[in-house]
Design a protein around this ligand. Structure first.
Ligand code: BDP
Length: 737
């Protein structure tokens, strides 16, 4: 009996076809559960979709493709509404759907949908109804998700619509196909062969985004290139926009503030200059003539060397409004980034300076970088046009493994604030670490700003409900490249997926999204899901622990941000140096941001300040973000701060070892190709976690002068060795081309 069982088990694993990950979570493989397979096969015999638009054609094709793959049924079209049919459409495309929506008084809204089992007499049907074509496509993808995750499809009643209006990927892709902070190959946009060559990838990219409700894409790097806005490139952009349109995806571009000078031949880019205003108006007219549904611009200005309005003595509001006015007649929006720091050195034009610049010896002792976005933007609240969204990174510094939420979220009620998350793992192990980011996203979205008393979660700022903003948005910096599996690390796909799902509905839990993704991407096997989901859910805390526990931040190698380098103190600007952020000395470690220090805490509402301003009561997750704490300080566990640091770094390494062991047990459930790839990557992750722990503890020990407790694994290399490591060709430094 036992051997027979083993045989079946082995056969099952051998039969798993090698997969390269290209299909993402849209594999549509045959349903394994025999009961459900039967249910699906008998419930899905006919379909009725009038393909009155490109979007409805796409919806139909996806539905048929999905059902055939999942059930083996090649289903037939029906004009009427046979028993066991699936009927999809809008009031405009189908009289049946019109009657259905009217009868139920349903209003799915602009992008929403309803999926419902409908029984009349002996007929049993499934209805996917929406007010608009795109809602039908979203409904079809949601229905396929039910089948792919092996859900019962009897008695369905699902009503869904997105909580946030603009759900956008930001590609930091350059025209030469390098990707800034990209760890998955080259850019998927082949500018050279566009507009004539339409790569199948563009279509699959659009399908993948639509399947999770992403409805916009910024094609180009925030460190912008003016050439993007020249006629030949606009033709290329148009070709992509034409591909994406049926999938409900709008195209956006980054605009370089100095473009009127660089490509327009003007002598200035001053936002209040009449010629400059006219130039942007004409440019927008030109774009909209080609792309009538162009989304608008994303702009990084007066930050890290990018030009901006302050270079002309104007404010960020003057700058943003310049674009807003040019876009408004066409219905476009401006996403103006709040990621700015130190205006005093704005014109260094040294974007990658922290990596490439030699020590100048005159590093500028800037104001706490934490405070700068707030200081610049808060006074401008209420000064932006209606079609401007201020795009704010989740934390005040820069996409660290853990940051407190940015104080701006609780401080600008008159301005629609857009969230910016980073899917690409610049500071989270880049292309080789398994880190599931949904818990990070949710930690920020769920945080209470107290802007209007308790219950003022960041999510409610973003979705417009707290301050009654009709225009809302959320962006994710894409982790996509031309690697066969799109994201380099196979689990990177989960972050793309989770971003889309949470942008649609941030109430979904991290566990739920992980489960959905695992079922569709790998297997519906319960043992597999339980184990792999645990790995995913543990992974974010693991990376915090082995990189930056207890509120440490920005101690990665300067420039490339790969690996630990807490010792670096010679970058051109004070706030490019890790030593600036951890401030370790003989007395202790951490950045004092209380009133006795930089007083950044004062940027939060009083209730939030109260949570963090006392080092004895501050949530230890954030302790070193806000306090300089003595090495012998007694933590909640009773350990000294130093011992706690040792404990956390070791816990991080242990978690990765545990993740590896868990994964290694799952080979029977995953095809060999993907199983091995993840296994090897986890090996790298363990090695790098050990590197992080050893390098950081050895370095911080030079200040604490305390021993690493003997119960922990001791570093096997010296600090000098770790300091000697150089990574001249670390990935992700694309150069602004
Ligand atoms: C930092 C990146 C840099 C980006 C910048 C930004 O290191 O490459 O250009 O953010 O968001 O995280 O503008």
């Amino acid at each position: 009996m036992k051997s027979c069982f083993l045989y079946i088990f082995l056969m099952a694993s051998l039969c798993l076809k090698a997969e390269n990950g290209y299909e993402l979570w849209m594999r549509y493989v045959r349903v394994q559960n025999p009961v459900l397979l039967k249910q699906y096969q008998s419930a899905l015999k006919y379909y009725a979709i009038q393909t009155t638009s490109a979007t409805l054609s796409v919806a139909k094709n996806e539905l048929l493709k999905g059902i055939e793959g999942l059930t083996g049924n090649r289903i037939n079209e029906t004009q009427g509404t046979e028993n066991n049919s699936i009927i999809a459409g809008t009031p405009a495309s189908s009289a049946f759907i019109k009657r259905f929506l009217d009868a139920g008084n349903y209003h799915p809204g602009k992008e929403g949908y309803i999926i419902q089992s409908e029984k009349t007499g002996s007929k049993s049907r499934i209805v996917i109804a929406a007010d608009n074509d795109i809602g039908v496509l979203y409904g079809v993808f949601a229905f396929l998700r039910l089948l792919q995750t092996e859900q019962n499809i009897h008695d369905l009643f699902i009503e869904s619509s997105p909580k946030i209006q603009y759900r956008i990927l930001n590609h930091w892709d350059n025209l030469n196909r390098t990707v800034e902070r990209g760890y998955a190959g080259a850019s998927i946009w082949n500018w050279h062969t566009l507009p004539d060559y339409i790569d199948q990838r563009y279509i699959d990219y659009a399908r993948a985004n639509a399947s999770v409700g992403i409805n916009g894409t910024v094609l180009t790097n925030v460190n912008a290139n003016s050439l993007t806005l020249t006629a030949p490139y606009l033709q290329k952009v148009k070709a992509l926009a034409d591909v994406f349109r049926p999938y409900g995806i709008k195209v956006f571009l980054t605009a370089k503030f100095s473009a009127p000078e660089e490509i327009g031949g003007l002598k200035t880019a001053d936002p209040l200059n009449a010629e400059v205003k006219n130039w942007w108006r004409q440019k927008c007219n030109e774009i909209y003539a080609l792309i009538p549904d162009f989304g608008g611009f994303l702009i990084k200005a007066n930050s890290e060397g990018q030009p901006g309005p302050q270079g002309y003595g104007r404010t960020h509001a003057d700058g943003a409004n310049l674009f807003a006015d040019a876009l408004a007649p066409h219905g476009g929006i401006v996403m103006w980034r709040a990621f700015v720091y130190d205006v005093r050195v704005q014109n260094t034009n040294e974007h990658f300076g922290e990596g490439h610049q030699e020590a100048t010896g005159n590093a500028i002792a800037a104001e706490d970088r934490f405070k700068q976005a707030y200081d610049e933007f808060k006074p401008l609240d209420g000064k932006f046009r209606k079609n401007v969204l201020l795009q704010v990174k989740n934390g005040p510094i820069d996409f660290q493994p853990r940051e407190p939420f940015s104080p701006l979220f609780g401080a600008m009620p008159q301005t629609p604030l857009m969230m910016e998350f980073q899917l690409t793992q610049e500071y989270l192990g880049q292309g080789t670490h398994l880190v599931y980011e949904a818990p990070l996203f949710k930690e920020c979205l769920d945080a209470d700003t107290y802007a209007k008393g308790s219950g003022s979660a960041v999510a409610r700022v973003i979705d417009g409900s707290l301050n009654d903003h009709p225009v809302t948005g959320i962006a994710g910096v894409a982790n996509i490249g031309n690697d066969i599996n799109w994201t380099g690390h196979p689990f990177g796909q989960a972050n793309w997926y989770a971003f889309g799902r949470l942008a649609w509905d941030y109430h979904l839990s991290s566990a739920q999204v992980a489960e959905e993704w695992l079922r569709q991407t790998f297997s519906n096997n319960k043992i597999f899901i339980a184990a792999a989901q645990k790995i995913m859910l543990a992974s974010r805390e693991a990376v915090v622990n082995y990189m930056t526990p207890l509120g440490l931040h920005h101690i990665m190698g300067t420039g490339h941000h790969y690996g630990p380098a807490p010792w670096v103190d010679n970058a051109g600007r004070a706030d490019w140096n890790p030593v600036y952020y951890h401030k370790a000395d003989a007395a202790g470690i951490g950045f004092d941001r209380t009133a006795a220090g930089s007083n950044a805490l004062a940027q939060y509402q009083p209730e939030v300040q109260k949570q963090w301003n006392n080092r004895s009561t501050c949530d230890e997750k954030y302790l070193l973000w806000f306090h300089h704490v003595p090495w012998s300080f007694k933590m909640n566990t009773g350990r000294s701060l130093w011992d706690e640091l040792c404990y956390k770094y070791n816990a991080g390494v242990d978690s990765v070892r545990w993740m590896r062991e868990q994964w290694n047990r799952l080979n029977a459930y995953v095809d060999a190709e993907r199983f091995t790839s993840i296994k090897l990557l986890l090996g790298i992750q363990e090695k790098e976690a050990v590197w992080w722990r050893n390098a950081c503890l050895l370095y911080f020990q030079t200040f604490s002068k305390m021993a690493i407790p003997s119960k922990y694994e001791q570093p096997d290399k010296t600090l000098t060795y770790y300091k000697s490591l150089k990574f001249l060709y670390a990935p992700g430094i694309g150069g602004n081309l």
